[in-house]
Design a protein around this ligand. Structure first.
Ligand SMILES: [Zn+2]
Length: 334
């Protein structure tokens, strides 16, 4: 049954359908799909204040605010990040002294690689533990807080990187417009968000209070075009989008939102718990951990410096052999 809400940020429709009433933590969380385009979001959309309260309460007694990554985490994440650097370098001819901003810089792998490649880097990270780790262990310039608090000047950056940030934002169009203003003319933005079309989560773990919007590639591309960016990899069917600052609202991508809505809705309703546990996804996840975790544990005994791990990956210019193997498999079982 359709319900009416506010106009969709992607297609302006006010019609939604409820697709779930439960969140990842098994608490009540209403999630809806836009009938006009297939964009999925929490209903109601939480305000910035509510989200900020959620993060404070959720993480107050948790380890995450003061958490610093261990060597095994750097081993796990650095291989994937070198591919992001390679993507950036394929659009920037000479990185020397070009300015790169990482919004939500986390444990700093991208900033570290970009700095080694010649970029003049800066990171923004709200988590205190991660921010201090990056400053102390990786000697990176980081602002600990939100991007709004960082007081960034207009037309400052050549490249801005946002990895797994936009799905947390209750007003992504405004965020993209702010990011647009921080870029120099012709500046490059790289946006990565989780893809709602990948069927690796069980229905009970699919939606999360902190993920306000759940995108597939078409909905993500549309809000990027609305925010005056020209998409450079418009043929991609992934939610990793590379775009360039433009003066006008762009409309280069062919959108068939009716099909998009029907397909996403059908995927959501046919991917039941039973079907999930009969698929390869949960078992692949266990197998990956069985291979990955002991290896990281053993390697951590012999390497005691995060920079050593990052330098090795940077010099090779690609992820380690295990990462390449898992990436190969994951592309096939998507
Ligand atoms: Zn819509």
């Amino acid at each position: 049954m359709a319900i009416d809400t506010n106009p969709c940020i992607c297609c302006n429709s006010i019609k939604r359908e409820v697709v779930s009433n439960i969140g990842r933590d098994l608490l009540k969380l209403e999630t809806v799909i836009c009938i006009g385009c297939g964009l999925i979001h929490s209903n109601p959309i939480p305000s910035k204040e509510e989200l900020s309260k959620f993060y404070k309460e959720k993480y107050r007694s948790d380890y995450k605010q003061t958490y610093a990554p261990k060597i095994k985490h750097t081993i796990r994440y650095s291989s994937g990040t070198i591919y992001h650097l390679n993507t950036i370098l394929s659009f920037i001819e000479n990185p020397n002294n070009k300015k790169l901003l990482d919004v939500g810089s986390g444990s700093g792998e991208l900033l570290y690689f970009a700095k080694r490649a010649g970029f003049n880097v800066f990171g923004i990270e709200p988590n205190q533990g991660y921010a201090e780790f990056c400053k102390d262990k990786l000697s990176l310039p980081i602002f600990n807080g939100t991007y709004e608090e960082a007081d960034i000047q207009n037309s400052t950056y050549d490249v801005i990187f946002m990895n797994e940030v936009l799905e947390h934002m209750p007003d992504p169009i405004n965020v993209l417009r702010d990011i647009h203003s921080y870029l120099k003319d012709g500046g490059i933005l790289i946006v990565n968000v989780p893809d709602i079309e990948i069927g690796k989560h069980s229905p009970l773990k699919r939606f999360h209070y902190a993920h306000v919007y759940n995108y597939n590639h078409l909905c993500l591309k549309k809000i990027i075009e609305i925010s005056k960016f020209k998409i450079l990899n418009k043929e991609t069917s992934t939610t990793s989008v590379i775009c360039k600052k433009s003066d006008v609202e762009c409309n280069d991508v062919q959108y068939n939102f009716e099909d998009n809505y029907m397909r996403i809705k059908s995927n959501l309703f046919t991917h039941s718990n039973l079907k999930h546990y009969l698929s390869i996804h949960p078992y692949y996840k266990i197998l990956k951990k069985i291979i990955q975790y002991p290896r990281e544990f053993i390697m951590s005994f012999f390497i005691n410096d995060h920079k050593q791990v990052l330098d090795k990956i940077f010099q090779s210019g690609q992820g380690d052999i295990f990462h390449r193997f898992f990436t190969f498999i994951e592309k096939r079982i998507r």
